[in-house]
Design a protein around this ligand. Structure first.
Ligand code: DER
Length: 231
């Protein structure tokens, strides 16, 4: 991935949006981790906020840095969600401008729930995530029993699905929700919104990594600052 300095600038810049009393959606991955650590430091300086983690990893880090945690059924809403992405469409003239592929960390089901529930959702990224069109594989979280049936349906949609293998565990990656992940190659995705709708309609699909029309802004960390994209 991109440079850690760039990721850190993006994460810390996003954390500056947080105001006292906020409920904050805490994303997953190494870029958002910088925002979570910055929030922890702000809490040490007196900031009063509550966080809703999007994964076991986010929860562990939030606890480690002292962010008081809450849950969706406890709050009246989320003021701001901060999360990373694997790809961000950076093409101002394209209808897909601001569309994301997420799910590299297999956390996209709870991420999409929290990110879309928030009044405002900002992405934090380094330049390596920017693209003028989506052509990376799309992570699809599936019920374990469904993985072959969904793979067949994805093939009918022109996709080639691969069950995501674990690195330090024999067998497949198992998500925080107890499900499996199919990484699906579609080639260049010219209609991400249409594909997102088709994927969501497949029985056995829990969630997919196309986030279309949900991000409000992206903070792109560079080697000497932060660029902001507003959608
Ligand atoms: O899984 C996700 O969508 C995460 O946001 C992740 O892919 C981004 O991870 P990174 O910030 O470590 O690149």
């Amino acid at each position: 991935g991109g440079s850690d300095a760039a990721k850190r600038r993006a994460g810390e810049r996003a954390a500056e949006e947080i105001e006292n009393g906020f409920v904050v959606g805490l994303g997953t991955g190494s870029t958002t981790a910088h925002a979570i650590r910055a929030i922890g430091r702000a809490i040490d300086d007196g900031l009063d906020i509550r966080g809703i983690p999007t994964s076991f990893q986010a929860r562990q880090l939030a606890l480690a840095v002292g962010i008081p945690l809450t849950s969706l059924d406890t709050v009246d809403g989320i003021d701001l969600a901060i999360d990373g992405a694997d790809r961000v469409v950076d093409a101002p003239d394209a209808t897909a401008h601001g569309a994301l592929i997420k799910g590299g960390g297999a956390a996209h089901a709870r991420e999409k729930l929290v990110d879309t529930a928030a009044d405002r959702f900002v992405v934090v990224a380094d330049p390596s995530k920017l693209t003028d069109r989506l052509e990376r594989s799309v992570p699809v979280e599936v019920l374990p029993d469904a993985h072959t049936v969904v793979a067949d349906r994805l093939a009918e949609l022109g996709g080639e699905a691969t069950l995501r293998a674990a690195e330090q565990k024999d067998g497949p990656v198992v998500t925080d929700n107890g499900n499996l992940v199919l990484d699906c190659e579609f080639g260049p995705i010219d209609d991400p919104d249409g594909l997102a709708t088709r994927l969501s309609g497949l029985p056995g699909v829990v969630e997919h990594g196309l986030f279309v029309g949900v991000a409000d802004a992206t903070y792109v960390g560079t080697d000497d600052g932060v660029d902001v994209r507003r959608y």
